[in-house]
Design a protein around this ligand. Structure first.
Ligand code: IPD
Ligand code: CA
Length: 274
């Protein structure tokens, strides 16, 4: 059966948006204790509603798949579940959502094997402003209907660079980034890393650096494909090929850049944790 993943992913986005809307009215209310998700964070009602919306959409298309989700973990659906891996972060930017901050997204990647570099279809959907980033392996990356490409900015002083400093290991992580911060003028972090990687893919920002070793593969799987298909670069902080197992508990560190010149400059300044 030929599956039109682009169409199904867009349907997922529409259904996720509808499913989380009611929760926007209750974010200030006390939240039920739903336990901890497979990725290790407390689950919120809208995370589960978004995941259910995606599962229902996939089931309505009779797709067999193995789910790798930040919320429910690994589960098999249908008779040929091994043939298709769906790696999911139903809501990336849950803290933003809960604080009424308008920056969160949904991330879905499709692959044949549970490896990051194996994804062949992916979507990161901005659930606030509406932009939908998609990629099919070998066919480029798109923001809605427009083909995207990363920035050519190679001058660090001109660059806008995303930097995730959310960590309890501040004393270990921050010193490795001070040289980079000192060389730049425009550092950003919005709080939904999947979408921030898509900003590198479409040239809105010039790079995104996360060397905490904390970000999960479920957040990165779709954006990794989108960035690569757009023509961007994403490696470990040591400049090794990035390819890890897709698993809700698997974490990674990376430098993602719009072009090779700025990538090399950032790698030189970032002292690796590894
Ligand atoms: C979080 C966001 C945030 C990053 C955290 C992630 P979540 O994802 O991507 O920007 O700093 O490490 O956990 O928990 O909202 O899916
Ligand atoms: Ca999440």
């Amino acid at each position: 059966m030929q599956i039109d993943w682009h169409q199904i992913l867009i349907e997922c986005k529409i259904n996720v948006k509808a499913s989380i809307k009611p929760f926007l009215k209750t974010i200030k209310d006390p939240q039920p204790n739903l336990g901890v998700g497979a990725g290790g964070d407390a689950m919120k009602p809208m995370d589960l509603a978004a995941e259910t919306a995606i599962l229902d959409t996939l089931k309505s298309h009779d797709v067999s798949f193995t789910l790798i989700s930040e919320e429910s973990g690994v589960k098999k659906f249908g008779e040929a579940a091994e043939e298709c891996i769906v790696t999911l972060d139903p809501i990336d930017g849950s803290t933003n959502f809960m604080h009424g901050l308008p920056f969160y997204c949904c991330s879905i990647a499709i692959s044949r094997h549970p490896m990051l570099a194996d994804a062949y279809a992916g979507m990161v959907a901005d659930l606030v402003h509406g932009a939908t980033y998609t990629a099919i392996k070998g066919k480029g990356a798109y923001r809605d209907d427009e083909k995207i490409k990363p920035s050519t900015t190679a001058v660090l002083q001109d660059a806008v660079i995303g930097l995730d400093l959310n960590t309890y290991k501040v004393k270990e992580v921050v010193p490795k980034l001070t040289s980079l911060i000192a060389e730049t003028k425009h550092i950003r972090h919005f709080g939904a890393n999947a979408l921030e990687l898509c900003f590198v893919a479409d040239g809105s920002t010039d790079a995104f650096v996360d060397i905490r070793g904390k970000l999960r593969t479920t957040d990165v799987a779709a954006a990794f494909l989108i960035l690569k298909e757009a023509g961007g670069i994403m490696t470990t902080p040591n400049n090794h090929v990035l390819n890890v197992e897709l698993d809700p508990k698997q974490t990674l560190s990376f430098v993602a850049s719009g072009n090779m010149q700025i990538h090399q400059k950032i790698l030189t300044l970032v002292k690796s944790l590894c």
